[in-house]
Write a protein that binds this ligand. Structure first.
Ligand code: ATP
Ligand code: MG
Length: 731
């Protein structure tokens, strides 16, 4: 036991060794929150106060859950099998599988990830002939999820206008469709479990008695429903006291407000549970001083904070390296060069992370890494289980597990093409509505051409089901890849595209193999052992599979996905206005502060080295954008940074009031930019351009034939123009 506590500071020790009671640990990044949470479980178990069976630990990602389990097994040389540890979604899935009848679901219910959910909503709108311009599917999806996350069913939504009433009616139709198809979306996993626990007393009591300690990491990002779920489980009854809730979090790292996360839960928890102890940890063990100072300086610009101080005794370390490239391609080249030099100096690739605000930014980085032969792994993004060909294969498997899964049916009925036209599909959908049945079940009720077109598909699924019955999972997957015609289809595609897709299909067999190795078959003699679990895993754990491969690889991910992780060196690219802070955030209340918290998360991932980069122009979504550097970069005190790009450019100061006001010429400051021969022009001068109109020169680079000026054309945006080419007339 002494060993467990030996390396903790006094506040951490206090938190780990609290008596059985509710506790809130409110502390900044890298202060040891996750370590404290893990050590507390180990300490409680080792001191005989807790059976692993009675632990419920909630983490934010599957990767985090796995890491926690790995750390625990080092600390505790006992079996941790009975312990419930995972994400909210994973834990709810487990609960619903165990009590599916009570929850009104078939044993083999399927999970819709958000892309499946969107497809399902689109299909619904089409069936109901709803104008999708008036009711855009994405907005409807957001509306439905937001209701569910508040715990509100369609029947309970209060609607005061026709538009909302119609949306609520569509929500109700969507609920009915999911129930018919035996599918649940992510928000439903939570809501269904919550309803099960509130309505079914024996089940609720069972879990209330079972879990003695509930520990929650990243508590600041729980939503309303998750908090209610926790409260319910932590509540006792006449015979048994409730579980102790141990929550750790950091309000400055709340970055999922767009998904309904409520920082207010921290305050509500303290109040409602009369938490006797709020412990603050202030020493940061992760980052060197300069990095920590930068993070502190950035987050200090936010107004809505609970307030914390962080310090480190690791020394100031190296300055933050900043690089401004001409284009996103140059930026990526520079990043990869630096990565290679770190690796040459002995840093392992897995200790290097490339972070970005938007998934789309990964493409150019991946390309450069690939060309340079640096192995890398992407977390998130278009993850393995989300790739088109993998989803097609999974759809066949889903139909085998559950023929009522209409999303899967619609996805592959005519893929590979087998002569089922849009007309036949429409006829089927109409008939399914009339019969109130699934697409699959309705085919025998059709007549004429549609029936002729669709019957062979149903027969194919039937045949695949029979042929795979009793086969081990990987063999079943392999059989389906062949029997469905998918493999032949991708073989027929030429060149790289088809090859990559075939590799991914093969990878699915490996995924099934791994899955079998990690999971015991729950029911001996089942027709399709582990199939439903494997499909649930594919929906829930998308992406994890890449991370587990043993190879030493550079880690690529969005800032959101990097939460809770740490790396020796972090590269943060695309630090530009409109990208980070993201332009969408300007429309949201608190949008800018949320972006800043995200920036704080990004910076605090770095242990030793932080690189920040930006490009003057960037190809994104097929368009070239001219970029202005991010205000967040200017919030880092100058003394902490070291510019690596040849010229330290001038940045136009942003209006602080309007989130994205255009820079004004009057507020331009030239931070040490040397005077240049600009052909008679000067910084701050107004000029006329034939295409862009009147603008103001805000900075300049290069000289002679290469001289370029950056001009703020107001509504037309910022442009870099070559002086020798652009015709500019002084105004
Ligand atoms: P985040 O807010 O990013 O999730 P956190 O507060 O959960 O961070 P941890 O990940 O638990 O922080 O810890 C950060 C790093 O500091 C880890 O490498 C951890 O092992 C180390 N650490 C924590 N406490 C101590 C300590 N007392 N002595 C030495 N190292 C420590
Ligand atoms: Mg943590």
């Amino acid at each position: 036991m002494a060993d467990l506590l030996a390396s903790l500071n006094p506040e951490q020790t206090q938190a780990v060794t609290l008596p059985p009671q509710h506790a809130l640990i409110l502390a900044g990044a890298g202060s040891g929150k996750t370590r404290v949470l893990t050590t507390r479980i180990a300490w409680l178990v080792e001191t005989g106060q807790l059976d692993p069976h009675a632990v419920l630990a909630v983490t934010f990602t599957n990767k985090a859950a796995k890491e926690m389990l790995a750390r625990l097994s080092v600390m505790l040389p006992i079996s941790l099998r009975g312990m419930w540890m995972g994400t909210f979604h994973g834990l709810c899935n487990r609960l619903l599988r165990a009590h599916h009848k009570d929850a009104g679901l078939p044993a083999l219910f399927q999970i819709l990830d958000s892309a499946d959910q969107l497809a399902s909503i689109k299909r619904l709108l089409k069936t109901l002939n709803v104008d999708d311009e008036k009711y855009p599917p994405r907005e409807l999806q957001h509306f439905i999820n937001a209701q569910k996350e508040q715990g509100v069913r369609a029947a309970a939504v209060e609607a005061y206008d026709d538009f909302t009433r119609r949306r609520v009616a569509l929500y109700a139709e969507y609920e009915a469709q999911c129930q018919r198809e035996s599918v649940v979306d992510f928000a439903e996993l939570l809501l269904r479990t919550y309803e099960l626990l509130t309505r079914n007393e024996p089940v609720r009591r069972h879990y209330q008695r079972r879990f003695r300690h509930i520990l929650v990491d990243e508590f600041q990002d729980t939503n309303v429903l998750q908090y209610r779920w926790l409260k319910l489980l932590a509540t006792g009854d006449a015979d048994t006291p409730g579980a102790c809730l141990f929550c750790v979090g950091d309000d400055d790292q709340s970055i999922y407000r767009f998904r309904g996360a409520e920082v207010g839960n921290m305050l509500a928890f303290e109040r409602e549970f009369k938490v006797p102890n709020v412990i603050r940890l202030e020493q940061n063990y992760r980052s060197c001083g300069n990095i920590l100072d930068a993070a502190n300086a950035i987050i200090a610009h936010n107004t809505q904070r609970l307030g914390k101080q962080l310090w480190t005794d690791r020394g100031e370390g190296e300055p933050i390296r900043v690089y401004q490239a001409f284009t996103d391609l140059d930026e990526a080249r520079w990043v990869v060069d630096e990565v290679q030099s770190l690796v040459r100096d002995g840093m392992s690739r897995a200790d290097i992370a490339l972070l970005y605000r938007s998934n789309a930014q990964s493409r150019v980085l991946e390309h450069q890494l690939f060309s340079a032969g640096v192995s890398y792994r992407v977390y998130g993004g278009l993850r393995f289980f989300e790739r088109q060909e993998v989803k097609h294969a999974l759809a066949y498997l889903r139909l085998i597990a559950n023929p009522d899964d209409d999303t899967a049916f619609a996805r592959v009925a005519n893929f590979p093409t087998r002569g089922i036209g849009a007309r036949s599909m429409e006829a089927l959908q109409d008939a399914a509505r009339t019969f109130n049945g699934s697409l699959y079940g309705t085919v025998p009720h059709l007549s004429g051409k549609p029936r002729k077109a669709l019957e062979p598909f149903v027969a194919l699924i039937e045949q695949l089901r029979q042929q795979t019955a009793g086969l081990p999972l990987p063999e079943a997957v392999e059989h389906v890849l062949d029997g469905s015609g998918l493999r032949v289809h991708y073989l027929s595609l030429k060149e790289k595209d088809g090859r990559e897709r075939l590799e991914n299909l093969d990878e699915l067999i490996s995924a099934a193999n791994n899955f079998v190795a990690e999971n015991e078959a729950p029911t001996a003699g089942a027709d399709h052992p582990l199939l439903a679990d494997f499909l649930a895993h594919a929906s829930l754990e998308a992406g994890d599979h890449q991370a587990d491969a043993g190879e030493d690889a550079v880690q690529l991910m969005t800032v959101h996905a990097a939460k809770g992780l740490e790396f020796d060196a972090v590269f943060l690219s695309g630090v530009e206005e409109g990208l980070f802070p993201h332009e969408n955030s300007a429309r949201e209340v608190d949008g800018l502060e949320e972006e800043r918290r995200l920036m704080y998360v990004a910076v605090t991932r770095a242990r030793r080295r932080l690189y920040v980069s930006l490009a003057q122009s960037r190809m994104l979504h097929g368009q070239t954008r001219y970029c202005v550097r991010s205000r967040f970069l200017d919030e880092i005190p100058v003394g902490l940074t070291k510019w690596l790009s040849p010229a330290q450019p001038v940045r136009a100061v942003q209006e602080r009031s309007g989130a994205y006001a255009t820079p004004r010429a009057s507020s331009v400051h030239a931070r040490g930019a040397p005077a240049r021969d600009l052909g008679g022009l000067r910084i701050g001068q107004a000029v006329q351009h034939a295409r862009f109109g009147v603008g103001t020169i805000v900075s300049a680079e290069g000289s002679g034939a290469d001289a370029r000026v950056q001009i703020n054309f107001g509504p037309q945006g910022m442009k870099w123009l070559l002086l020798g080419v652009a015709k500019l007339d002084p105004v």
